[in-house]
Design a binder for this molecule. Structure first.
Ligand SMILES: NC(=O)c1ccc[n+]([C@@H]2O[C@H](COP(=O)([O-])OP(=O)(O)OC[C@H]3O[C@@H](n4cnc5c(N)ncnc54)[C@H](O)[C@@H]3O)[C@@H](O)[C@H]2O)c1
Length: 260
């Protein structure tokens, strides 16, 4: 058990990675709040975990809205007396499009959720993380350091998440708060399944069908990640085992980031 009842809030908590993270952290002894946009999806996620005997609470909030995120943090603090950890897993993908064709409104939406949403969540949680000398894990992507065809807004938004998180890590280090960045490679979640269904042929350099298997040849370990493999890294980064690690990006990508 890595935790002893510490409260952890996960944005994007009813998404593929969010639920896996909630499951793992709760089994590890944390109290977990799933924070997401849609009450129905949150209820389904809470019920899915309850079926396995895992108790978490759901909080509806929009991570792009500061008041909404402050209210989500307040809900957790009212319930459990404080907040030790934050994971910012809320994010949206980009419909595959060249940068000249991408609708500007789509660009702005991607930046609003991925970048501003991370900023707002970190800011809403910071006062409580300072009190608890807690930790945060933001979720960028292996694509934060590189380029992927027809993904200019998504990849650059994740680069911004990576650097923003380092800025916040530096500012909070003096308060004893750690902030690290998870950079997932392709992971079997609804986000990636939907991306391949609708955009498969435009997402990779080679013309491929809508199958997730198309990613496989580009991944040195030869397979996609399971959401629990991302959750394991997040658990480590929040846990006392990572007590001297801050401002660090951890790549859980099957080796993709080592390729030139
Ligand atoms: N799945 C992958 O292959 C992959 C790879 C690299 C990075 N990522 C990143 O990991 C994170 C989790 O992705 P996932 O695969 O679980 O996707 P997902 O679509 O299953 O989950 C994302 C969740 O974010 C929520 N969300 C969207 N906008 C929100 C808002 N304004 N406020 C609150 N919640 C909001 C959605 O409702 C959804 O539940 C994302 O940031 C994604 O960009 C995913």
């Amino acid at each position: 058990m890595e935790f002893n009842g510490e409260a952890i809030l996960i944005t994007g908590g009813s998404g593929g990675m969010g639920v896996a993270m909630a499951r793992r952290l709760a089994i590890s002894g944390a109290r977990v709040a799933l924070c997401d946009l849609f009450p129905d999806a949150i209820d389904r996620a809470v019920a899915e975990l309850a079926e396995d005997g895992i108790e978490v609470i759901g909080v509806t909030a929009d991570t792009t809205d500061e008041e909404s995120m402050r209210a989500a943090v307040a809900t957790v603090v009212d319930r459990w007396g404080g907040l030790y950890g934050l994971i910012t897993a809320a994010g949206i993908r980009q419909t595959a499009a060249g940068f000249q064709d991408l609708d500007l409104a789509d660009f702005e939406k991607i930046y609003a959720v991925n970048v501003k949403g991370t900023f707002v969540a970190l800011r809403a949680a910071a006062p409580e993380l300072i009190k608890s000398k807690g930790a945060a894990v933001t979720v960028a992507s292996v694509t934060a350091d590189g380029a992927r065809i027809n993904q200019s807004a998504y990849c650059s938004s994740k680069a911004a998440v990576l650097n923003l998180s380092k800025q916040v890590a530096l500012e909070l280090a003096g308060d004893g708060v750690r902030v690290n960045i998870l950079c997932p490679g392709v992971t079997m979640t609804p986000m990636i399944e939907q991306a391949m269904r609708t955009d498969g042929p435009n997402l990779l350099k080679e013309k491929v069908g809508g199958s997730l298997e198309a990613f496989r040849p580009g991944i040195p370990l030869g397979r996609l990640a399971e959401p629990d493999e991302q959750a394991a890294a997040a658990e480590f980064l929040l846990s006392p085992k990572a007590s001297f690690i801050t401002g660090t990006a951890v790549y859980v990508d099957g080796g993709v980031s080592m390729l030139v």
